[in-house]
Design a protein around this ligand. Structure first.
Ligand code: SAH
Length: 393
């Protein structure tokens, strides 16, 4: 087995079960480990501390186990997937009539760093974010097929855009099991076309499920603007909640097409809904003050810490526009999914925006990701989705 020795004192975070080894913590590499292969991590005084996948970049190792005796073999994948599956069952997400969309594996949150698996009815969409998980894709597929034998028929692998392209892994998207193209799944009784072939993430933003459901409760009789609508998730819930009108906006024409498709699945020929392909900043600038429920769910403005300043400015700018235009008595659902922006920074950006627009604002709810996107307590970075529901006087 290849080995990494840490610099003195750099084992502290691993002792607290944090699942990453940063490249700066490494003193010496023994052997010639290829990217994506297994490696054992030792402290400076030659004690085993972790085993994981090695990769090139600032995160050098993603830890799979802290137990020297635990082998990373087929049984390992089966065990970890079974734990993830049991957890979803115990929180009531399995075998429901009204919902067959959920996240089965959430990377570090399920002690499987670099792996994401979302379930859409009879299809699991699997995504590797590390070369290590890419190499294990067949073992993971087999283990998953065994565990979910009765529930799923297809496993689609979608890692073309999530793996470092420099690793030249020759990855292709495609089915590793089955091949059914039926892609309509159900979230809380609403139907959605899941575009796992070309869509963002695994084809749908599963992480907004509970927040969409909350929005439904506030929609009755309101004029709703769903900014950054993507598949139109929030829009469809607003329609069911009895909104007077719903406008969906996204800069991508493909997203608008998806939104219209999903609307047609649930509310065919309902003229309360209109969708516009337009840039958010332009739309917010030119729109009239007709809305009293606005959703702002932008893409991650900061994927890395270096982009933090610009990201915060971006949040201030779009939120300020929303505060400026929202009708008195309006409700704003505002989100950030940037991992590099923490809860406090996001709140400050939003509160500054409210002050700039000189509006009186109260916090009704503080939102986060749902239970099927769990946060490993030893990896607080996993808490990435932040949302505020605000009442604007
Ligand atoms: N709210 C959605 C997810 C939003 S993802 C849901 O619940 O599923 C972010 C979306 O923002 C993407 O669809 C992307 O096309 C869109 N987007 C990115 N930059 C934009 C811009 N400048 N103006 C409008 N939309 C933008």
């Amino acid at each position: 087995m290849n080995k990494i020795y840490l610099k003195r004192g750099k084992e502290e975070s691993l002792k607290r079960f944090h699942p990453w080894v940063f490249s700066g913590a490494i003193a010496k590499v023994e052997g010639s480990p290829e990217e994506g292969r297994l490696i054992d991590v030792y402290t400076s005084d030659n004690t085993f501390i972790a085993r994981g996948h090695i990769q090139i970049g600032s995160i050098a190792v993603r830890v799979l186990t802290f137990d020297e005796n635990e082998k990373i073999d087929y049984e390992f994948w089966k065990r970890r997937l079974q734990i993830a599956y049991n957890m979803r069952r115990s929180i009531g997400l399995l075998n429901r009539k009204d919902n067959n969309i959920y996240r089965l594996v959430h990377g570090e949150g399920d002690n499987l760093p670099g792996l994401v698996i979302d379930i859409y009815g009879k299809t699991a969409v699997m995504q590797a974010h590390s070369p290590g998980m890419h190499f294990e894709r067949f073992a993971i597929t087999n283990a998953l097929a065994e565990i979910m034998d009765k529930e799923i028929e297809n496993i689609y692998y979608k890692s073309e855009t999530t793996l470092p392209y420099k690793a030249e892994l020759g990855q292709e998207n495609g089915f590793l099991l089955g091949g059914h193209k039926d892609n309509i799944a159900t979230e809380y009784g609403l139907k959605f076309h899941i575009d796992w072939l070309k869509g963002q993430k695994t084809g749908f933003f599963v992480d907004q499920r509970e927040n969409r459901s909350l929005l439904e409760k506030y929609s009755k009789g309101r004029n709703v603007l769903n900014m950054f609508c993507y598949t139109g998730g929030f829009s469809v819930y607003a329609m069911r909640g009895g909104a007077s009108l719903v406008h969906s906006v996204d800069s991508s024409a493909k997203a608008i097409e998806l939104t219209n498709q999903n609307m047609a699945l649930n509310f065919p020929n309902d003229c309360r809904h209109k969708a516009y392909a337009e840039d958010a900043f332009k739309y917010l600038e030119r729109m009239d003050d007709v809305y009293d429920l606005i959703i702002l769910d932008p893409p991650a403005f900061a994927k890395h810490r270096s982009a933090l300043h610009n990201a915060l400015q971006g949040y201030r700018k779009i939120n300020a526009k929303a505060f400026e235009k929202i009708r008195p008595g309006g409700i704003l659902f505002t989100f950030s999914c940037s991992q590099a922006v923490n809860k406090e920074q996001f709140r400050m950006a939003v509160f500054t925006a409210a002050a700039l627009a000189k509006r009186k604002v109260r916090v009704l709810h503080q939102l986060t990701q749902p239970a099927d996107h769990p946060v490993n307590i030893y990896h607080p970075e996993g808490e990435y989705l932040k949302g505020l529901v605000l009442y604007v006087e």
